[in-house]
Design a protein around this ligand. Sequence first.
Ligand SMILES: [Fe+2]
Ligand SMILES: [Fe+2]
Length: 194
Amino acid sequence: MNEIVSKLSPGATKLIRMDHTHVLSNFHRYEMDAPSDKKRAIVNVICLGLEVHAQIEEEIFYPALEEVSTDDEVLAKSKPEHDEMRRLIGELRSMEPADEAYDSKVLELMRDVMHHVADEETVLLPAAELLLKDRLSELGAQMTKRRMELAGPHAAEIALNQARAMPGATMLVAAGGLLAGGYLLKQAFSHRHH
Ligand SMILES: [Fe+2]
Ligand SMILES: [Fe+2]
């Protein structure tokens, strides 16, 4: 299994960029005049995706970069920014889409995430590509494995929310999301053993 994960995983920085693109595209699907259940479904997909993404960065990517980085300013504020994001996620989960402040809370989270993503993509990822060049694929494999562990128990919930959030043809786009890595690996794994 390890060898397959290594072969199929994108490198660490590629994986992080793909996650960012995916979560931002989910924010773009959020419409203020959509029905409550659709809003809730999109927000659920966003929140779970962000939680898993933040956790694999904190467990694997940030520590690896910390070891080699000399300029820690952006890195140092990354964890507190994740914590702020988690606080907003907690608030959103305790709210109803019909609440007056729901839309603005979603937009607040989006603003924070865009700012954080911009810092990562313009500072941390280029630094990692320079300083961790030889470790990117190994770290990507570790992150893919950890993501499967974290997202796996939520697979049914993710599929349901994605179906609710993006019915019809856009489900194909959803396949580029959280579950795609796991799906790809399962396919590869079962081919090998059949
Ligand atoms: Fe990130
Ligand atoms: Fe991050």
